[in-house]
Design a protein around this ligand. Sequence first.
Ligand SMILES: Cc1ncc(COP(=O)(O)O)c(C=O)c1O
Length: 410
Amino acid sequence: MDSVSDTPAHPFARASRLDAIEVSEILEIGARAARMNAQGANVITLGAGEPDFDTPDHVKAAAKAAIDRSETGYTALHGTPELKRAVGDKFARDNGLEYAPEEIAVGAGAKQLLHNALVSTLEPGDEVIVPTPYWTSYTDIVRIAGGTPVFVSCPMETGFRLTADALRGALTERTRWIILNSPSNPSGAAYGSGDYRPILDVLLESPRVGILADDIYEHIVYDGFEFVTPAQVEPRLRERTLTVNGVSKAYAMTGWRIGYAGGPAELIRSMAVVQSQSTSCPSSISQAAALAALDGPQDVLRERRAVFRERRDLVVGRLDAMPGIECPEPRGAFYAFASCGGLRGAHTPQAERIDSDGDFCRYLLEHAEVAVVPGRAFGLSPFFRISYAASREALTRALDRIEAAVNALH
Ligand SMILES: Cc1ncc(COP(=O)(O)O)c(C=O)c1O
């Protein structure tokens, strides 16, 4: 038995692998805005990572029909045969990728699949390369899985995209995975095949490294940008790539919790071990809904993309015109990631000094009643992220408030 001093002080002391994980700053800001509103404020929250549209009617109808047919029991662990067939068809149709049923996993959201993949493969101390800025869950899942995130800065000057040189500098003997997210949350950066090529060339030379491609924003791209995914651009990497996607963002189905992935059968089997001891299968009703979304009419994607594009133009145009703020144009997703570096050293009317993106976002929340997320939550300062998954009217009001707040700085 361990000596007494090795045993935790309290039966529910947190496991040390959770040490570096904090409650997400995004959630904290949301909670703070809600508290302010409960006390009579009128905060506009532009922090959400979900479309403000509704799930399409034919998808809802399919879920209701599944209930009426009593499809309410457990399903196969990685999804019903019908849904796996639809996922396979989707990968073939949109991405030119052929996956057999044993190469497909369906889980409770893309997040669960990322979790399953990392938990089932990482040994303590294994490294995972995370291009930065990153979606905060990546680093936390890596840590929960016992791995070590390795941050590679992707500055505004490179379009927030990873370069081959930066990747080379981050690879070590212990690198097990790299996470590529295009279009990106939070930056909206996206990789065309020419952008991917030099990175995938480096990865071809690194046979021990797996590629986690998070394509969840695939359908939200603008200006004729042609979406591609790593396994499609470099078929020789297919056997080392897990291509992750889901219905949350494309079909406004965040609450249904369905994500899917295609990858080598051996990895899919390892992921099944983790899923079998957490949620078993994804919800049977949600699977029926996802089947309808993937098999049904796809016009909704085009219509919603057009709405997002108009909002992007509004938000980026107005932010970029404000003094001290620089907002590059995102290629995809529904976030603007703007620099507030030009405001460093400015003072608020309350004589508080703005020294960081955190200071700026606090000022916007407290004095302009607009909640946005500082770049540091995504690993890169001095930036802030605005989600434009909100009505044009709400966005316009928020931008008016931000503009007035910026103009009040001196
Ligand atoms: C980059 C990225 N990947 C994955 C997800 C999670 O998607 P899901 O709802 O399928 O778990 C999100 C949600 O915010 C995201 O931003």
